[in-house]
Design a binder for this molecule. Structure first.
Ligand SMILES: Cc1cc2nc3c(=O)[nH]c(=O)nc-3n(C[C@H](O)[C@H](O)[C@H](O)COP(=O)(O)O)c2cc1C
Length: 354
């Protein structure tokens, strides 16, 4: 197995679950660790809200004993606030603290945060330096290839000089959003320019795309959309990096088992009624473009107990048992955009009904 490390923290496989807002909460992180991810990253947490003791931010800081190693991701632009938030993250038991310098969303960049900071490498340096001085756990940073054009080398050097311990690079600029293909050249250039471990991110969805990313010289790959509705990608990549035969895609029954496990983990964390509401989008991703999708959508608005949820999963799995049923592997778009337009009416209806 290709072990690697960030500071003193060892990972046994070079595969990282990407931070994803409203997706990488404790149940999903636990599921992905069980499926084989070597490191998991939380959703982004607003540093200023965390420092103020905001309930939602504190809830997002929930770290479970079996999910280590785990990095908690913060976003913000004020070095002192980021340092105070990093200290809270360390006290909460995180193995690492990650910084979001890559979010392209308008409401984030309009406030000069996320990817907007890529235009200010000196500010990035101040933030990393303040955080690294406030904690003893490694400070990582997640960047994009650049704002409009590539600036990853300049930004990466600023992070290294300021005491950062690792850099994740998503090979798209802010302007690219989630469109087109990730530019692996930007990953390779960063690898050449810094001596920190670089985690390569963008379009890794199977062993072949992981190999293409590793060919840049990066220390590990990060998987985002490829695991939404398809956490089995982690067992495939774990086997691949161990030099073992990559297991085939799961059978319909195996899918049912893992989806039920996801529901259980969700219920253990958030209880019955919240699970019945929030697990719906995951179920839609699991059954996207399968014969189970219509069955599931027909029941979605009536899910209020765990029995309802398990019943809907069983019915959707049954519908997929017909010969020739096909599944898709993960998402290929950002779910808030085109991909879920067709799903949104069902989710909205379900919300109204509950
Ligand atoms: C639903 C969703 C939420 C995301 N939220 C975050 C986030 O909170 N922090 C972050 O750094 N990146 C976030 N990202 C970006 C991913 O971490 C990743 O960089 C991007 O999806 C590219 O990787 P992929 O091609 O494997 O999906 C998000 C992406 C998606 C699809």
């Amino acid at each position: 197995m290709s072990a690697w490390s960030i500071g003193a923290i060892q990972m046994d496989v070079p595969v990282v679950l990407a931070p994803m807002a409203a997706v990488t909460n404790p149940p999903f992180r636990l599921l992905c660790r069980e499926m084989g991810a070597g490191l998991v990253v939380t959703e982004m947490i607003h540093a200023a809200e965390l420092v103020k003791g905001g309930v939602r931010s504190l809830e997002m800081l929930d770290i479970r004993p079996t999910e280590h190693p785990v990095a908690v991701q913060l976003f913000g632009g004020d070095p002192e606030t980021m340092a105070r938030a990093a200290a809270i993250v360390e006290r909460a038991g995180a193995d690492m603290v990650d910084i979001n310098f890559g979010c392209p969303m308008k409401k984030v960049v309009r406030n000069g945060l996320g990817a907007a900071l890529l235009r200010r490498p000196e500010r990035i340096g101040e933030i990393v330096r303040a955080m690294a001085g406030a904690v003893s756990i490694p400070v990582m940073a997640k960047i994009r290839a650049g704002w409009q054009d590539s600036s990853a080398v300049e930004v990466g050097r600023a992070i290294e000089d300021a005491g950062g311990a690792a850099i994740t690079i998503h090979g798209r600029t802010q302007k690219d959003g989630f469109e087109g293909h990730a530019d692996l050249g930007s990953v390779a250039q960063l690898v050449q320019a810094v001596s920190l471990p670089v985690i390569g991110n963008g379009d890794v969805r199977d062993a072949a795309s992981a190999d293409r990313m590793m060919a840049t010289g990066c220390a590990a790959v990060m998987v985002g959309r490829g695991c939404m509705g398809y956490p089995w990608v982690f067992r495939e990549l774990r086997a691949h990096f161990a030099g073992n035969e990559v297991p085939g895609e799961p059978t319909v029954d195996e899918r049912g088992e893992v989806i039920r496990r996801h529901v259980e983990l969700y219920a253990d964390t958030y209880g019955e009624s919240r699970t019945a509401l929030q697990i719906r989008k995951h179920l839609l991703w699991y059954f996207r473009q399968t014969p189970g999708e219509a069955v599931l959508k027909g029941r979605l608005a009536r899910l209020s107990t765990l029995d309802d949820v398990f019943g809907a999963v069983d019915a959707a799995i049954d519908a997929c048992q017909q010969p020739g049923s096909r599944f898709v592997r993960g998402l290929d778009k950002h779910p808030n955009r085109r991909q879920t337009c067709r799903e949104r009416p069902a989710v909205t209806a379900a919300r109204k009904a509950s």
